[in-house]
Write a protein that binds this ligand. Structure first.
Ligand code: ADP
Length: 261
């Protein structure tokens, strides 16, 4: 009997190891698949502006007698495609930087009120151009141990979106902050176009855009929120979004006051 029971245990252990191995293989394959998908998305996104530039340049080349206006219009289009290529590349670089080890973050005691005020100051001209009112609720001073550059990028992306995806005839973006003994909380609400329910779960994915053609028109790479989420997670924080199509969106962020590595 004893022998038999040892035999059964051995078998069970082999099963366990083989199960764990299979699970690991599945995970490795998933990482591999998502990397492959990412590379293929990157190539596609980088090729799109290039393809447009090629068509525009070829048409000008084939029409040496094209009127000056056409020449100017096409050159303007080429210039915009170059800007687009540039934004994709800089967003990709930001994302790659965030993807490095957590040890690459530079945590410093930072005044969060000042950090938010600086972002507002930089974005105010963009908001005014789109008739969007930027509101920063006043709150008591909060200092926290954060990576200022990464967090600035994270909040800027959300506020820029809140301006970009606002109503065409203007609206508002409200930023509020709160804190308790462990965390600080930032809420950014807008009166914008909102996010359809079936898109909410996807907006943090790389290159995901609710409306590709509309987003392209108003600019954007689809990488902003992926960068934001990564930055917040690096801070051991959390981000949540609620939205109602046609009414507006609210992003709620929670970040520990003290970073625990
Ligand atoms: P993009 O560069 O296209 O703005 P993001 O990653 O920043 O990419 O956002 C992903 C998508 O989520 C956007 O294309 C847009 O469709 C949607 N989105 C993000 N923020 C908002 C918002 N405040 N209101 C409505 N839609 C939003």
């Amino acid at each position: 009997f004893e022998n038999e029971s040892i035999h059964v245990d051995d078998y069970a252990e082999t099963e366990l190891i083989s199960d764990a191995f299979n699970r690991m293989l599945t995970r490795v394959k998933a990482v591999d698949d998502s990397r492959e998908e990412f590379v293929s998305n990157v190539s596609h996104e980088l090729k799109t502006p290039l393809a447009s530039m090629k068509v525009l340049a070829d048409s000008l080349n084939m029409n040496p007698d094209a009127p000056k206006e056409m020449y100017q219009e096409f050159m303007q289009d080429i210039s915009e495609e170059i800007d687009r290529e540039n934004s994709i590349i800089s967003d990709l670089l930001s994302l790659v930087k965030m993807d490095r080890k957590a040890s690459d973050i530079h945590m410093e005691e930072t005044n969060i009120n000042e950090l938010l005020e600086k972002i507002m100051k930089r974005l105010r001209p963009i908001a005014e151009k789109q008739h969007v009112q930027l509101i920063l609720d006043s709150f008591r001073p909060v200092t926290a141990e954060v990576d200022e550059t990464k967090l600035t990028l994270a909040f800027s992306n959300i506020i820029e979106n809140a301006i970009k995806y606002n109503k065409p005839d203007g609206g508002w973006v409200r930023t509020s902050m709160n804190a308790d003994r462990k965390y600080f909380y930032v809420t950014i609400s807008d009166s914008g176009i909102g996010i359809p329910e079936d898109s909410i779960d996807h907006i943090f994915e790389r290159f995901y855009r609710v409306d590709k053609s509309h987003s392209r028109e108003i600019g954007g790479t689809g990488l902003g929120l992926a960068i934001t989420k990564r930055a917040i997670v690096l801070h051991r924080g959390a981000i949540r979004v609620t939205s109602k199509a046609g009414e507006g969106t609210t992003f709620s962020i929670r970040i520990p006051l003290v970073y625990v590595a």
